[in-house]
Design a protein around this ligand. Structure first.
Ligand SMILES: C[S@@+](CC[C@H](N)C(=O)[O-])C[C@H]1O[C@@H](n2cnc3c(N)ncnc32)[C@H](O)[C@@H]1O
Length: 198
């Protein structure tokens, strides 16, 4: 029902969407999973043409990708370091027959960016700096990793062709190369829409 509503462009509130998850995953939503209206706005910007490939860098429990796949005609890929979350996301996609989405268990530093047209980033590496609300204890936080992953992401984006789109949510923009222009901003500056211009 949730995905039928999203496909028909009917508003779905976060409580309803998060009801797809177990209580444990639902409890993490306010801090870690993208709100539905943000995922809709971001995915509609990222998908310019049918079948554009969008990568969610740190896909969590799949919320951004699942909403994007239902609301657009793009193809969504979520890379996630926590295997348990990848399993949850893939099970939801299968259960609800969402075919334009795929979740991959990997670290972002193993991913080739040239396979994608656009990218979504919800400040995924920040868990290495702030441990006030951890997702679980399967990953050991490490300050150095924040800087290593951020540099990796910036270097990959720097190599992408002109026109590449990125949306950031709650990010400090450290990962955005100077070759990207901010085209729009929303949510009081928390949600930013970037395009590579040079
Ligand atoms: C803030 S959550 C965002 C989840 C999802 N993008 C969403 O918006 O609903 C960030 C996720 O990034 C994952 N993550 C952090 N560092 C990562 C890395 N180096 N490689 C892959 N995933 C990573 C975390 O495990 C976490 O699930």
């Amino acid at each position: 029902m949730v995905f039928k509503l999203l496909r028909s462009d009917v508003d779905v509130d976060d409580g309803t969407f998060n009801g797809l998850y177990s209580p444990k995953i639902r409890e993490l939503a306010a801090r870690h999973w993208t709100p539905v209206d943000v995922a809709k706005m971001a995915s509609q910007y990222l998908v310019e043409s049918s079948n554009d490939k969008v990568l969610d860098i740190g896909a969590g429990a799949g919320k951004f990708c699942l909403v994007g796949a239902a609301c657009t005609n793009g193809r969504f890929y979520g890379v996630e370091q926590r295997e348990s979350l990848v399993r949850i996301s893939n099970n939801l996609a299968k259960k609800h027959d969402i075919q334009n989405v795929e979740f991959i268990h990997a670290n972002i530093d193993q991913v080739s960016f040239e396979d994608y047209d656009a990218f979504y980033f919800y400040n995924s590496f920040y868990e290495n700096l702030d441990q006030s609300c951890p997702i679980d204890n399967s990953i050991l936080p490490n300050r150095d990793l924040y800087y290593t992953y951020t540099k990796y992401l910036r270097d990959q984006l720097q190599k992408m062709p002109i026109g590449t789109r990125v949306v950031t949510y709650w990010s400090g923009w450290d990962e955005i190369p100077l070759s990207f222009n901010m085209e729009y901003t929303a949510c009081n500056g928390l949600l930013n829409f970037w395009r590579k211009s040079i």
